[in-house]
Design a protein around this ligand. Sequence first.
Ligand code: NDP
Length: 463
Amino acid sequence: MKVVEYMEVAQTNEIEIAKDYVNHLYKQVVERNPHEIEFHQAVKEVLDSLIPVLAKNPEYIKKSVLDRIAEPERMISFRVPWVDDNGNIMVNRGFRVQFNSAIGPYKGGLRFHPSVNASIIKFLGFEQIFKNSLTGQPIGGGKGGSDFDPKGKSDMEIMRFCQSFMTELARHIGPDTDVPAGDIGVGAREIGYMFGQYKKLKGSFEAGVLTGKGIGYGGSLGRKEATGYGLVYFVEEMLNNKGLGFKDSTVVVSGSGNVSIYAMEKAMQLGAKVVACSDSSGYIYDPNGIDLNTVKQLKEAESKRISEYVNEHPSATYSEGCAGIWQVPCEIALPSATQNELDKEAANILLSNGVKAVGEGANMPSTQEAVDLFIENNVLFGPAKAANAGGVAVSALEMAQNSARLSWTQEEVDQKLQVIMKDIYSKSMQASEEYDVPGNLVAGANIAGFKKVADAMLEQGVI
Ligand code: NDP
């Protein structure tokens, strides 16, 4: 056999071995975590994209690195009792998954939403490992939350819930152990109540235990905007590399929360026209371009429904059902609400309307079928792990400022964020080229994020 032929056979064998290993591991993950469909989905995507890495580096298979990564270091589940305004005793369930600490303390947000369960927390925590690695900051992966529904609760009910939640969580976290932040349903107010309770329990001011804090007590300027701005910086980078940009483009952004609002703001600053956004009830379409001040007033200041936008803007229309937003024609789509909000059907509609780029602001907002369709049709696709990493990256900058007991200006933080997002883009592109999937940022981000964590695990032994 010629050397070239032999090499090809050897390579095929290595690929087959890697595929077998991945299939076996995935089966094991499903068996060990029954009914956790979101977690299975997140693991499958990562495993499939790592096949070429495993084929080239059999050491990762021999030392069971992925078997270990797919199993959380620790999963904590706890009772959260609290008293509502009528004196009723309520009980919720709290979670914290401490997934991987190979490259730094566990880091990841807390989500308060009725849909929260072990599967949601584990999918988010698993993705966080690779995302945090990609930022280049020394942070491991974690996530947490509760099935508590903040909608319709009074400020005092929110405070009592946050205090009870932290009463248990406090024993598991710390500035060098595990550093939670916000996510769906957890903003500056909730972080404030939780920080206050942590401080009271510990009897000391440990600023670095939570990020997303108020500016007056250790928060970072630019953190609030970081995920949305970072998303747009990332997508601008994808577009620029094809000679395109946000300027004069039509954009649709789902959601109207923290990520969505600041993604809209930055897209508008770069000259785009944002024509639609949504909440969990429905979406608005404003052909004149969304008035962001009205959205901020309704959602950030008054916690109202997005449907009320049309009262002030007769040019706009409101439609019930948030999934319909993808029918609005656009060149750039930024799904920024929640997981699996953009399915195959929605992807086909976006494609037929000529979408050029999709950037994931939310975590796993596109189903696997939707992602495959975008990639097959050469749509520029920025996966969540890379595209929305700006939030956690600035959280790490908040931790750095807390450790050094200083604070940077908004401009300094924004400058660093831009550098980080460009770096994530180029790392992911490079990895995609090195492993023969050029331009596939889903694979590139998974590979680049994985290798740093995997190599650290190998160096630290079997722990
Ligand atoms: P917010 O709570 O601020 O906003 C969430 C938005 O999404 C709201 O408009 C909400 O509508 C809508 N939404 C929530 N659940 C659903 C649902 N089941 N169906 C449709 N719409 C829904 O959260 P964030 O903006 O912080 O988070 C949004 C996404 O971004 C999440 O996937 C989160 O994990 C991800 N993310 C957030 C980061 C951050 O820094 N905040 C960092 C990285 C990722 P309504 O007002 O009706 O509740």
